[in-house]
Structures are given as C-alpha cells and as structure tokens.
Design a protein around this ligand. Structure first.
Ligand code: PLP
Ligand code: ZN
Length: 304
C-alpha cells in the first residue's frame, strides 16, 4: 500500500485516508492524495509498465487504492495517441497528436476519475454516491456505480442533452433534473446529502477523481517515451484533468522517470463558460463562479 495520507492543497493540513473525506475539515479546500513515492519507486520501474495490462491500473502503485482493495473497472485508460498529420499540416503543425479519450468506457475521460473514486468510495464503505453533472461525469458515475453495486444519484441541469440523461437512467442511476446550472445541482446535493446518506462525488470535492485523471499525464509521458510534449491543449470544465496531469508530472519527476521540463498547458473553454481561462487572464489564484453560463453546446447538438 503506497498511499500515505491526504493533504489540504491550501493549508496543508493532514487528513487520514482511511475514512471517507470530502474537503479539508479546517479550510474547506480540496484534498490531495499523497503517495509515498520513495516506496512506490522501489516497487515499480518504468521498464515494467509495457508488460502490464493496457489500462490505467498498470500504474497501480501510484494510485491510492490499497493493495487488498478490489478495483471497480470497466477497462478504462490505455487510450491511443493518434498522429493528426493532415489536420496538423492545415494548422502548420508538424507534430500534432490527439489522445483519443473517447475510447474510454462511457466514451469520455471521466471514466478515469470515476474508476478510481468509485473504487475508493466502495472500499471505504460508501453505498450511495451523488454527483452534479451536465453530461459525461454523470454517465461515468452511473456506469461505475452499477459495476460496483452502489447507488448513483445524479443531479443534472434540465437542459442537459437528452442522450446523457438517458445514459444515466439506463445504467440504473436515479436522475433529478434541476432548473438551473451545474452549480445549482451541486448546492442541491450539499443540502440533502447528510439526510440521504449520499457521499458527494463532485469533482475536486473528494480526493480521488483527480487521482484517476492524473493517469492521463502518466500515459502521455509513457507514450511519448518519457519526453513530454511542448504544449498540451486541454478541453477544460472544472480543470481537474489539468491539475491531475500536473500532479502526475511532479510525481514521475520525483521517481526520476522524467526531467524538469514541463509542457505549456492551455486550458480551452467555451466563451460562454470560461472560469479557468478568465481566472488565468486576470492573474487570479482561484477560479470564481461563472454566472449565467451558457455555451450553446446543447443547441448545436440538437441541430446536429
Ligand atoms: C469529454 C470531456 N473532456 C474534458 C472535460 C473537462 O473536465 P475537467 O476540466 O473537470 O477535468 C469534460 C467535463 O467537464 C468532458 O466531459
Ligand atoms: Zn485546509
């Protein structure tokens, strides 16, 4: 077992991993899982990785799940890196690659986070999992909860594309449609979770979705033969994937698998909902809520 403890990303307060945790109990900021990298590095070398299964579980020693814990898996991770030669030359880029995350279970990289977070939630005794979602996170939670034999309670804005709502319901989740934005869905979960016995799986409000998402960073490093690309463009929602990749790069540098060089990370967001881009442009250290968010993505889908 290589997970040492949980640590507040803001005030540094140490928390035990051995019971279910959401935010820091002191300052209410997100918690990070701290892996004992010296110990993990003695158990796992990068040469061993290609001999293991093509999934995010090949990095098992760097993931928070205790060795005796059962993984809740649907075959996530290990997605291909596709050379985009023609698209690249249209853009004047000679070395453009696309990490095809649509090949994950439930067709998005949300599967990575949910595989690890649902595994941990189950191991630590949660039985009812709740999440706010405007699409893919809900579908992923529904699938992993079904796989784990746990209840999923999903709160979605009423204008969520129909396909995502159907996906969650067909996978056995209870779906509530909320008149409002995803933030209103989150508020509804916070208000009811204690009485309902739900564990809140909101992104960055529990410590393990980011652990699943960090495997994107491990995979990129491995697939690029331990030379990170110059630039990563990341389609961003809350930003957990970016945070996860950055954490992954720090961890594998500590393991001696890569050097100090880091890619320039670009957060790409729809103009109508760009909290991370706006925070970056303003030089803020945290992203504030984006009121009246409206991307028009669902309208385009309805037309398309
Ligand atoms: C397919 C896909 N990619 C990327 C993201 C961004 O997720 P996050 O920024 O929370 O890591 C989302 C959801 O928000 C998504 O559904
Ligand atoms: Zn704190």
């Amino acid at each position: 077992m290589f997970l040492s403890h949980l640590e507040c990303t803001s005030c540094g307060l140490r928390h035990e991993w051995s019971h279910l945790q959401n935010l820091c109990t002191s300052c209410h900021k997100p918690l990070f899982a701290i892996v004992d990298l010296a110990k993990a590095g003695r158990a796992l070398t990068r040469e061993v990785l290609p001999t293991r299964e093509k999934s995010l579980w090949r990095y098992r020693e760097l993931l928070p799940l205790p060795s005796d814990a059962e993984t809740v898996s649907l075959g996530e991770g290990g997605t291909p890196l596709l050379g985009a030669t023609r698209f690249g030359s249209e853009l004047g880029l000679s070395n453009l690659w696309i990490k095809d995350e649509s090949q994950n279970p439930t067709q998005s990289f949300k599967a990575r986070g949910m595989a690890v977070a649902v595994s941990m939630a189950k191991y630590l005794g949660a039985t009812k999992l709740a999440v706010p979602s405007a699409g893919n996170a809900g579908g992923a939670l529904a699938a992993y909860a079904a796989r784990a034999g746990l209840e999923a309670h999903i709160f979605m804005p009423r204008d969520t594309p129909h396909a995502n709502i159907i996906e969650c319901r067909e996978l056995g989740a209870r779906v509530a449609l909320v008149d409002g934005l995803i933030t209103d869905c989150g508020v509804e979960i916070s208000r009811r979770k204690a009485a309902e016995g739900w564990f809140d799986m909101s992104t960055l409000k529990e410590p393990y979705r980011v652990e699943g998402k960090k495997t994107l960073g491990y995979e990129l490093a491995e697939q690029f033969d331990w030379q990170l690309p110059d630039v990563i463009l990341y389609p961003t929602g809350g930003g957990t994937g970016l945070i996860g990749m950055w954490k992954a790069f720090d961890e594998i540098e500590a393991l001696g698998w890569i050097g100090k060089k880091r890619p320039r990370m670009f957060s790409v967001q729809a103009t109508g909902c760009a909290p991370v881009v706006r925070a970056f442009e303003n030089g803020d250290s945290t992203a504030a809520e984006f009121p009246e968010a409206n991307t028009g993505v669902d309208r385009q889908r309805a037309r398309g």
